[in-house]
Design a protein around this ligand. Structure first.
Ligand code: APR
Length: 230
């Protein structure tokens, strides 16, 4: 049985119409990261941050899963070995494409969190500054997003899976942000075959044993069919 770990990034949702971060017209071309994706930014101007994630939540709700998302869901349903799907994305297109076990290491737009007691609950489409926490009533609701300088979620579980992986596939990620960009090195160290499926070479492309370039809606279904035929 082959154990597979998949890491996805913004590129898998690009063909669904969701902006990536580092393209010319990407999110970081139009917003200052330090203002909208750091705890300090949230402390300085919570309204700017809440608005930014309200916009992204609306964009994600208007988008639909694409053939890459649905191919990964088919793999989850049919694959006999272990499969861990880790996404850096905060949209819910993997779930809407049929995947039922998705590890959102950078959090999720459809989750809200209390900055005081860390309670989490389903986020409304539009969050407001000072929304009260349903658990402790403190008016400290924030988007349940892992900001720069914060610890990504479930790293122990991810590292365990990378140690057991026979195949590690990175899809649609530029390899600029750690710890996710370091997963390929860890997987290769433990003997996994590593594959990059991307539109263009990532910053860590040289660390992959195999690279395939193209749109995710082409490369992912093709790769999934190969795995299921094996
Ligand atoms: N098919 C496949 N890959 C694509 C497509 C496509 N149609 N369109 C773009 N890509 C690729 C780009 O070539 C790029 O390598 O997707 C990648 C997107 O890179 P980024 O915009 O940097 O997104 P990502 O790697 O997910 O960013 C990682 O950075 O800002 C933080 O928390 C944020 O989770 C995000 C993290």
């Amino acid at each position: 049985m082959t154990n597979i770990v998949i890491l996805t990034g913004a590129g898998i949702s690009a063909e669904s119409g969701i902006s990536t971060f580092r393209a010319e017209d990407g999110l970081w071309a139009n917003h200052r990261v330090e203002d909208v994706a750091t705890p300090e930014g949230f402390g300085r101007d919570p309204q700017l941050v809440v608005n930014f994630y309200n916009e992204r939540r609306a964009q994600a709700a208007d988008a639909g899963p694409n053939l890459a998302h649905t191919a990964l869901a088919q793999l989850e349903a049919a694959h006999k070995g272990d499969l861990l799907l880790v996404t850096q994305n905060v949209d819910d297109l993997h779930e809407r494409g049929g995947s039922s076990h998705v590890l959102h290491m950078h959090g999720a737009l459809n989750s809200a969190m209390c900055a005081s007691c860390q309670h989490r609950w389903p986020a409304p489409m539009k969050m407001a500054v000072g929304d009260p926490c349903p658990s402790c009533a403190t008016p400290m609701a924030r988007p349940d997003i892992v900001w720069f300088g914060e610890m990504p979620y479930q790293m122990d579980r991810i590292e365990q899976a990378l140690e057991q992986a026979d195949i590690f596939v990175a899809i649609g990620t530029s390899g600029n942000v750690y710890p996710a960009a370091g997963f390929v090195q860890m997987a290769a160290h433990y003997g996994a075959h590593t594959i990059e499926l991307n539109l263009e070479p990532s910053a860590v492309v040289s660390q992959f044993a195999e690279t395939r370039f193209g749109n995710a809606t082409q490369t992912v279904p093709m790769w999934v069919n190969e795995v299921l035929e094996d």
